[in-house]
Design a protein around this ligand. Structure first.
Ligand SMILES: [Zn+2]
Length: 451
């Protein structure tokens, strides 16, 4: 079932995870059985129940729950683990014999299916923005989007590896929070047509029950091309960096560098001297600059590459010294059959688009970075995916989760973050620089990043 490139990719996943260079091969004469061995050591782990479902974009299959304690293994979250493609489990899923183990579940197939987003290929549903919707996913339909199931299964596999090869040290990863900011609106009053400035000021005035926005917005707007005003509510850049500097965190700021749709792109110019200056200042403070490709670029290599070269030009001009660049698609637009290759071929080193706009959680079933594999061409890409776990608009927007209570939003983030901690992963967290409607939002943000 697995071709040699897919097996090679799985070996990289396992090596990244455990720090060991395993061999992984089909059992002699049986293409539907995989055997994991460790060169120089006896013993093996056999996967004897490979699932054809994990090679298909169909996701209409059941999901059982497995308690690893039935095989004397510990569930990483202390909970039974969702087991997609199984309807019932009526035997031990992992058995040990003579220094070897047999896994009766396709842990590797599940990893391949989740990470490579097979359910998002042709024929899958799309929302108004052409995105694969959360509600169509197997994870949402079976109630496990809040679970990093690939990480849970791989942690159980780690216990099996430790059992089969005792004394061989396994890599253990540490939890980290990683914060990024899509710069859709560098200013709410700056860089805007006068009508948008006026609307922003009125909204802000209502939310904060204050006349101040109505007074200051026109003043900021008059000087819009000269500087990013400290009075503009979206100018949170220094504050965001201050909060992270205290914690020793490096934030990433992703800039839009072109316009491919006048309805959905912000339309600011990265060449505006105050924005170029901002980019230099962010980098000078030790934070990261990245790309936020505009609305139509997710299927358009020419526009995509043009935007990345524009970012590089500005960075070069501003003396930004960064070895690699990453970023995230505007609106999280993503076509699994095209977009990963755009990122890889343009020379970007990582993407962080793979979270659902409507629901926070683990779209890829993992909170670990992973190398992207092109399922259609069966080759590993030179691109790392850094899955997005939560963003503030997902939590608050009325068309998404619509959480209207900050304590509930904090609890939900805490719930997801706790799962990331239990599997030694990363809580990849997006809060737009323009997404702070009041000081209460800043308090919530601070509480989340400090927890
Ligand atoms: Zn955006």
């Amino acid at each position: 079932m697995f071709g040699s490139n897919a097996v090679g990719w799985l070996k990289v996943i396992l090596e990244n995870r455990f720090g060991l260079a395993f061999d992984l091969d089909c059992q002699m004469g049986r293409s539907n059985v995989l055997v994991l061995t460790l060169p120089g050591h006896s013993g093996q782990i056999t996967f004897d129940t490979l699932c054809p479902e994990f090679w298909s974009s169909n996701n209409d299959f059941p999901c059982a729950q497995w308690d690893p304690r039935d095989s004397n293994l510990q569930p990483p979250l202390g909970l039974p683990i969702p087991a997609p493609a199984m309807s019932t489990i009526d035997r031990k899923l992992c058995e040990f014999h003579d220094g070897s183990a047999v896994f009766h579940y396709d842990v590797l197939g599940l990893t391949y299916w989740c990470l490579n987003r097979l359910e998002e290929f042709e024929g899958s549903p799309r929302d108004l923005h052409g995105r694969y919707p959360a509600f169509a996913s197997h994870a949402v339909r079976n109630g496990y989007l809040d679970r990093p199931i690939v990480d849970e299964w791989l942690m159980v596999l780690g216990q099996v590896i430790a059992h089969v090869w005792p004394g061989v040290p396994l890599r253990r990863s540490e939890f980290a929070i990683r914060i990024s900011h899509d710069v859709d609106w560098p200013g709410l009053y700056n860089f805007q047509p006068v009508t948008v400035m006026a609307k922003s000021a009125i909204n802000r005035s209502i939310v904060n029950r204050s006349l101040w926005p109505l007074i200051i917005a026109p003043v900021v707007w008059l000087f819009r091309n000269k500087t990013i005003s400290k009075f503009d509510p979206a100018n949170t850049f220094d504050w965001l960096m201050d909060v992270s500097d205290e914690l020793g965190l490096t934030n990433a700021f992703y800039f839009v560098c072109g316009e491919t749709n006048t309805n959905y792109d912000p339309g600011y110019s990265i060449d505006n001297p105050s924005l170029s200056d901002l980019i230099g200042r962010i980098s000078g403070r030790g934070h990261e600059i990245g790309l936020h490709p505009s609305y139509e670029t997710f299927r358009n290599p020419t526009a995509f590459n043009a935007e990345f070269s524009r970012l590089r030009q500005v960075c070069e001009r501003e003396g930004v010294k960064q070895e690699a660049f990453g970023g995230r698609m505007h609106f999280l637009r993503w076509d699994q059959s095209i977009t990963p290759r755009l990122w890889a071929e343009s020379g970007l080193s990582y993407d962080s688009s793979l979270g659902y706009a409507e629901k926070a959680g683990f779209r890829c079933g993992t909170c670990h970075d992973f190398p992207v594999f092109d399922h259609q061409r069966q080759e590993m890409l030179s691109l790392i995916e850094r899955p997005l776990i939560a963003m503030e608009t997902t939590l608050f927007d009325s068309q998404y989760m619509a959480i209207d209570n900050r304590q509930d939003a904090f609890s939900h983030c805490g719930h997801l973050m706790n799962h990331c901690k239990r599997v030694g992963g990363n809580f990849n967290f997006l809060w737009h620089n323009s997404g702070f409607k009041s000081d209460k939002d800043k308090d919530l943000y601070s509480r989340i990043v400090h927890s």
